[in-house]
Write a protein that binds this ligand. Structure first.
Ligand SMILES: [Zn+2]
Length: 115
């Protein structure tokens, strides 16, 4: 199914986690749900504890790729916010060409159906 993997980079750690990885057909709508408390339990706890988070990467991909990233237990290597330019060396080729710039926010991410 056509969709997007997204990484939320947390301002500070929640337990040992610094990132949330999700998948959605419309990632901006999904991120808005996280922010208003109707998303995943993980981001609800972030909201409750006042831990902010920013989308650092949105790439076209399927749920298999989302799972692959989650299973690395090393999400930061996919996170441009953490890795800066080095992320280019660590992403798989199919993610590389959809790479988004550093430090984007919901307001300056632009997504279209034919991304
Ligand atoms: Zn990060």
């Amino acid at each position: 199914m056509q969709g997007y993997i997204y990484i939320l980079h947390l301002d500070s750690k929640l337990s040992h986690a610094r990132h949330y990885v999700g998948w959605a057909k419309n990632p901006l709508a999904r991120i808005a749900h996280h922010k208003n408390g109707s998303g995943a339990r993980f981001t609800q706890v972030c909201n409750e504890q006042g831990i902010g988070y920013t989308p650092s990467l949105i790439v076209a991909g399927d749920r298999t790729e989302e799972r692959r990233i989650k299973n690395t237990h090393n999400v930061k290597r996919y996170c441009p916010h953490c890795m800066g330019e080095n992320v280019r060396d660590t992403l798989g080729e199919n993610l590389l060409h959809e790479f988004y710039p550093n430090e984007c926010s919901e307001n300056d991410i632009r997504i279209t159906d034919n991304l």
